[in-house]
Design a protein around this ligand. Structure first.
Ligand SMILES: [Fe+2]
Length: 258
């Protein structure tokens, strides 16, 4: 995998997403997901299943569209499937998690670009508009019979948090399925480690420290630790991460747009 190939992959995925957006806006019972897109998704999932943390960095450095939706979705799928593999989930489960992660932010296609691409932090009202994306995504996908229900639920619930502070339905604890928790962790980690219009990307170890601190209330602790193991395995940061967890004092907020 090269950065050029990663850029090409992101570009192709963005074109398919554009087509979904265009077809959704057309009148009548037109199928919004073409057969071509469905088989492309299958191939992409197989590719991402075998990808490494090094490939993750290639997708991060790739020259992608301004709101980075396709790049973020691809990286989330790669990360979520890596977590699922580490948890020894079954092949079908890993695939469902990957498909759900690839489509998790599809509702953002329907959020105004001027809000998504705003080059600074969002106002409360704008943030409320962005938060509609998980419900919109669910509405777009809920009648897609070809998609397994768990994938659709990932799209709906990836912003729900264990303490009930998430959205759109303030689910808590066991109401949030394991798949949704996995994609939730991958989503937060990728958002924090990606460059945004209003801030630089955070390092893997810094992002991991933040997630560790938040995880008892918001994110599944076991899944967060699995993510930590993956980071250690690929980045050899074991001692460095452990040290920084103990010593760091500053506070860093989650990015407001994701
Ligand atoms: Fe999202």
């Amino acid at each position: 995998m090269t950065e050029k190939k990663a850029s090409r992959e992101i570009y192709v995925f963005s074109k398919y997403l554009d087509e979904v957006y265009r077809r959704y806006g057309l009148a009548g019972n037109q199928e919004i997901f073409t057969m071509r897109f469905r088989s492309y998704l299958k191939r992409l999932i197989e590719k991402l299943k075998d990808a490494t943390f090094g490939d993750l960095q290639k997708y991060r450095n790739a020259n992608c569209a301004s709101n980075c939706l396709p790049g973020h979705s691809i990286r989330c799928a790669l990360l979520a499937m890596a977590i699922a593999k580490e948890l020894s989930l079954k092949e079908t489960e890993i695939t469902e998690i990957g498909v759900g992660a690839l489509l998790h932010d599809i509702g953002k296609l329907f959020i105004p670009r001027e809000i998504l691409d705003k080059p600074c932090k969002l106002s409360e009202t704008e943030f409320e508009v962005i938060k509609n994306h998980s419900e919109i995504g669910f509405q777009v996908l809920k009648n897609q019979k070809w998609l397994p229900q768990p994938c659709i639920k990932i799209v709906h619930n990836h912003h729900e948090r264990l303490d009930g502070s998430g959205y759109p339905n303030q689910l808590s604890g066991n109401q949030i399925h394991r798949y949704e928790r996995i994609v939730g962790v991958a989503d937060v980690f990728d958002a924090m480690t990606s460059k945004r219009n209003y801030r630089e990307a955070l390092s893997y170890e810094f992002a991991f420290q933040e997630i560790i601190k938040e995880s008892p209330q918001l994110l599944d602790r076991q899944i967060v630790f699995v993510l930590g193991n993956i980071i250690k395995k690929y980045s050899h940061l074991q001692s460095e991460v452990a040290e920084k967890i103990e010593t760091r004092r500053e506070r860093c907020h989650y990015p407001c747009v994701e």
